[in-house]
Design a binder for this molecule. Sequence first.
Ligand code: GRG
Length: 295
Amino acid sequence: MTRLADALKSTAAAVNAELDRLIVLPDGPESRVHEAMRYSSLDGGKRLRPFLVMQSAALFNVAEGAAIRVACAIEMIHCYSLIHDDLPCMDNDDLRRGRPTCHRQFDEQTALLAGDALLTRAFEVLAGEATHSDPAVRCELVAQLAHASGADGMVGGQMVDLRAAEFTMDVAAITRLQQMKTGRLFGFSCEAGAVLGKAPAPQRQALRNYARDLGLAFQIADDLLDVEGDAAEVGKKVGKDADAGKATFVSLLGIDRAKAQADMLATQAADHLEPFGAKADLLRDVARYIVERRS
Ligand code: GRG
C-alpha cells in the first residue's frame, strides 16, 4: 500500500499548507483564538476526509486549487467537532492526536470559541470565489455541508449518542446514529468532487453509495480500535465505550462478526466505484486501509 501511503502523505502536506494560509494569526488580542484554531487543525490526523475530497475531485478533473479549499473546509468542520467533543461537558478528554486536547492546551472558553470559529471559517472558505467560478456550485457546497454537519447530520448524531441510554440501541439504531454522526461528513467528502465537477446523477449516486459503506466500515473499525487499540498508537484514550457502558457495533456483534462486517462493507464500498475504472484505485485502497488501520 505504498501508493496509498504516499498519496495520503502528499494530501496531508497540501492540506497543512492551505490551512496555514487560510487561518492567519492577526496582531490583536483575538489572536489567541486563531492560535487555538491552528493548534487543533494543523499537523495532525489522518486527513481522511480531505483525501476523499481530493480523490473524488480528481475523478472529474477538477483543478487541485479548488478542491483543496473544499478539503480544508471539511477538515475545519471535523476539527471543530473534535474540539467540542473533547470538552468537559462532552467527553472530557485530555488527549487528541497524541497531544493535549485544545481546552487542556489553552482553556475551555478558548476551545469553545476555536471550534465555533473553525465551523464558521469553513463556510467562508466554501463561499469564496476561488472555490468555484459558478456561484450555484459554491451555494450547493455550502448547503450540503450545512446539512451534513448540522442537526440533521453530525450534531444530530451527537445528540442521539448523548441520549442513547434512554432508548434500545440495537444494530439498526446504532447504524442510524453513526450514519448521522460520522457518515454524513464522509458522504459530503465523497460527493464534493462530483459537485465541483458538475458530474451526472449516476456518478454522484455511485459516490454516495461508496461513502455510505465506507462510513459504516470506518465506524466499526473505530469501535474495534476502542476495544483492541493502543492509546499511544491511536493518539486518544481507548476503552471509553466499555467504560461508559455504551452499545457499539462491537458490543452488539462481538469482535469477530464486527470485523467480518467491516471487511464486507469495505469490499462493497470498493465495488460501487466500478463506473470510474482504474481512476478510482486510490479510493478502493482507502476503503481497505480504513478497516486495517491501527490509529
Ligand atoms: C456543537 C458541542 C457541539 C458538538 C458538535 C461534537 C460533535 C458535534 C460531534 C461529534 C462528532 C465526533 C467527534 C464524531 C467522532 C468521529 C470520529 C471517530 C472521529 C475521529 O476521526 P478520525 O479517525 O480522526 O478521522 P483524525 O484525528 O485522524 O482526523
